[in-house]
Design a protein. Structure first.
Length: 378
């Protein structure tokens, strides 16, 4: 059941979904000093592999060097060219600038400068790469742009250990989605936090809103969860669900669980599937969404595990994009309602949507415009 016994107020105003000033406050207070999910070990499985990523306007290069993950600004200190414009690649022992061939090691120090004598006098290590903090939670790679960040485990709280289970080495990546939607980042987050929309938005996937009696929320400082039972509607689907669990040698599990770690990191679990999702604000009305889907198909090395992986991968690559399309189809319309300036009321949040209230309180408390009064519970 739900925690609150009566409906709740809408804490944030429409302006807080449309204002450049509000987004600036959110970026400064919530994002710039926090850990951001940028990829997985599947992206760089081998020594020397790298991928590039744009994080809040900073071009990054994420590099696997001897099993350690390193994050650098993807800009050469010589003449400021990108080291590489490739989305991914391999640099065995040194990163090399595509323009003049300067080479850098895993510390970011310069290791080779063609025609170095023409740069005299220059102190050793004077012109190196800008390095950022990188940490792992399970197979997930996080980067922090601040100089002295708090530990990733502190930001994620229980989500740090949870990631070891949901995204451990026994999980295989089956699908990655990276797309943009024309809405404020909070609209995307709030859509993920409530099950009230399921009947109307997910007719082809989840189909029915779970009964309140089988819905459970946790509302804690910095994170919330939602747990329910995702029962198959058709008997054949129920049978197949039992079958794949037996083939994976796992106890039958109908639990669906969604986790949100503030400000923007989300996990999900449904049967043998798990996913890691995050959002990046691009503008007050535009958001980048990245989500990676994993599956457990049994112990590696077994023929049955491989065949089950192929089946689940095929199913997941059809199912999860439909879920994403169903959700994103309505988000621009929510943004339009926020922008219009013609709202017929101040809004209302049901107990089924109480995770939104918790999230909105977090936003308001951390980005308070002191010229306005916070909405509080009496």
């Amino acid at each position: 059941m739900f925690i609150h016994e009566s409906h709740l107020p809408q804490v944030l105003t429409p302006e807080e979904y449309t204002s450049e000033d509000q987004l600036d406050r959110e970026m400064g207070a919530l994002f710039h000093d926090s850990w951001q999910f940028v990829g997985t070990l599947t992206d760089i499985p081998n020594d020397g592999d790298y991928f590039t990523f744009d994080l809040f306007g900073k071009p990054l290069i994420i590099w696997n060097r001897d099993g350690e993950i390193h994050a650098f600004l993807n800009i050469c200190p010589h003449r400021f060219a990108l080291l590489t414009h490739n989305k991914c690649g391999h640099a065995q022992s040194r990163l090399c600038c595509q323009y003049h061939g300067w080479e850098f090691d895993e510390t970011g120090n310069t290791r080779k400068i063609p025609d170095a004598r023409s740069f005299k006098p220059m102190k050793q290590g004077e012109l190196g790469l800008v390095k950022y903090h990188a940490e792992l939670a399970g197979r997930l790679i996080f980067v922090n742009l601040s100089e002295n960040p708090r530990p990733l485990s502190e930001q994620l709280g229980p989500g740090y250990e949870e990631a070891q289970t949901l995204f451990g080495m026994d999980r295989r990546l089956i699908l990655s989605l990276d797309y943009e939607v024309e809405c404020n980042w909070k609209i995307k987050i709030e859509n993920s936090l409530e099950s009230y929309h399921v009947d109307f938005v997910h007719p082809a996937t989840f189909r029915a809103t779970p009964e309140a009696e089988i819905c459970f929320h946790e509302l804690e400082d910095g994170w919330t969860t939602y747990t329910t039972t995702q029962k198959a509607v058709r008997k054949v689907d129920h049978f197949l669900n039992h079958l794949v669990h037996r083939l994976a040698r796992r106890d039958f599990d109908e639990e669906y669980k969604h986790y949100h770690y503030y400000p923007s990191m989300m996990y999900g679990k449904m049967g043998l599937f798990t996913f890691a999702e995050t959002v990046f604000p691009l503008a007050p009305d535009r958001t980048r969404i990245i989500v990676n889907f994993f599956v457990y198909s049994g112990k590696p090395g077994r023929l049955g595990s491989y065949l089950l992986y192929r089946v689940l991968r095929h199913w997941g690559r059809k199912f999860w994009p439909i879920v994403a399309e169903e959700d994103t189809s309505v988000m621009p319309d929510i943004q339009q309602g926020m922008v219009s300036g013609q709202q017929p009321s101040r809004g209302l949040i049901s107990v089924r949507e109480e995770r939104l209230f918790h999230f909105q309180e977090y936003i308001r408390n951390n980005t308070m415009d002191h010229s306005k009064e916070s909405v509080t519970m009496s």
